[in-house]
Each structure stands twice: as structure tokens, then as C-alpha cells.
Design a protein around this ligand. Sequence first.
Ligand code: B4P
Length: 191
Amino acid sequence: MLNIILFGPPGAGKGTQSSKLIEKYGLVHLSTGDVFRYNIKNQTELGIMAKSYIDNGQLVPDEVTNRMVRDFIERNNNDQGFIFDGYPRTIAQGENLEQVLQDFNTEVTSMIALEVDEDELVNRLLERGKTSGRPDDQDESIIRNRFKVYNEETSPLADFYAQKGKFIAVQGKGSIDDIFNNLCKAIDHAN
Ligand code: B4P
């Protein structure tokens, strides 16, 4: 079983690369951002609550996100494994994922980080904001706030997995196909 965490700041290309990776490796894709956006679109209780955080570039509270992830893994348990895209984003989420996977007799294979500089990321997100309809991609101050949250709350997870010998960094700037090939090499090497 292959359980890959695709890691990196907002706009690093996690969603873009995940869709290619699930096809190649037959993995189940969990994008917590996509699950929240689906719930926002359908105006569920979860969506209404999550929207107030997401629109301001804040993280949805751990307790809510962790419960949602456990439920997703329970419903999508499979023999191939998962790609976690945008999860975990805090140490508490990392600890939750360890526990949930242990409950299913499996574990994280690797955390692979896409490394891209901040100016390139801001440009990508503003560009996406022109067509995506995502309010969190349309305002540079909200985008900058997402980086601040990333640097303070999410980036410590790199050490969390490095200490377990499971952290791999991959250059996230360049063509989508070149980055994909480098990700595949990292995954094949780790597996
Ligand atoms: P996410 O949906 O995870 O969104 P993201 O970090 O903005 O984007 P991603 O890295 O997937 O970028 P993409 O491939 O699309 O999160 C949204 C929000 O949901 C969070 O801010 C938070 O509020 C909430 N949330 C999600 N998970 C949570 C959690 N675990 N806990 C709490 N809250 C949570 O790429 C971006 C753009 O770049 C695209 O337009 C793409 O076309 C372009 N691009 C990609 N690769 C490129 C390349 N190589 N070159 C040029 N452009 C490229």
C-alpha cells in the first residue's frame, strides 16, 4: 500500500500533480480543500462553517478536519492507498493521520514536498483566481495570509516527517510534466 502526502504551500501544484499521480498509481485522492469546496457549493452545515475560514485564508479547525478525514478513509479504504493533498496542515492533523492509518494497519509511506518560491505562487493563485471563482484566490492580502498560516502552522510538518525519515523535497517550478516525472522517481525510490 502506498500512502503519499503531497505537501507544499498554497498554489504549489498539489492538486495539479495529484490528478496525474492517482491515474498512474491507482490511488484514492483526498483533497481536503476539494471536500470543503464541495460542501460550500452544496451549502451543507460543514460547508457553511468552513466558508468563513477559507474565504479569509484561515485553516478550518483541526477537530472538524480530522473527523472529516477519518470518515473519508473509512468510506474509501482500499488496497492501493491514498494521496493526501492539503492534509495534514498542522502537527495535530499529522498526529491524527498517524493514528487513523494505524487503525487501518497501514502508515504514511512518504511526505513529498513541492518547493516553489512565494512570488511565483502568488502569480499562479491570482491567475487561477481569474477563472476559478475562488474568493481566496482573488485578493493578494488573503493569499499572503495563507502563506503566513502555512509558514507558522503547516511548515513544521516537514520536520515531523523528516524525523521519521519520510520527507522528500522535489523542485515544484518548471513544466508540469517534468515535475510529475520527478515526483514519480521519488515515489518509486521510496516504495
Ligand atoms: P487547497 O484546496 O488545498 O488549495 P491550495 O493549497 O490553494 O492549492 P494547490 O497546491 O492544490 O494548487 P494547484 O495544484 O491547484 O486549500 C484551500 C483552503 O481550504 C485552505 O486555504 C484552507 O482554508 C482549507 N483547507 C484545506 N485543507 C485543510 C486542512 N487540512 N486543514 C484546515 N483547512 C484546510 O495549483 C495552483 C495553480 O497553479 C493552478 O492554477 C495551476 O494551474 C497552476 N500550476 C500548477 N503547477 C504549475 C506549474 N508547474 N507551472 C505553472 N503553473 C502551475
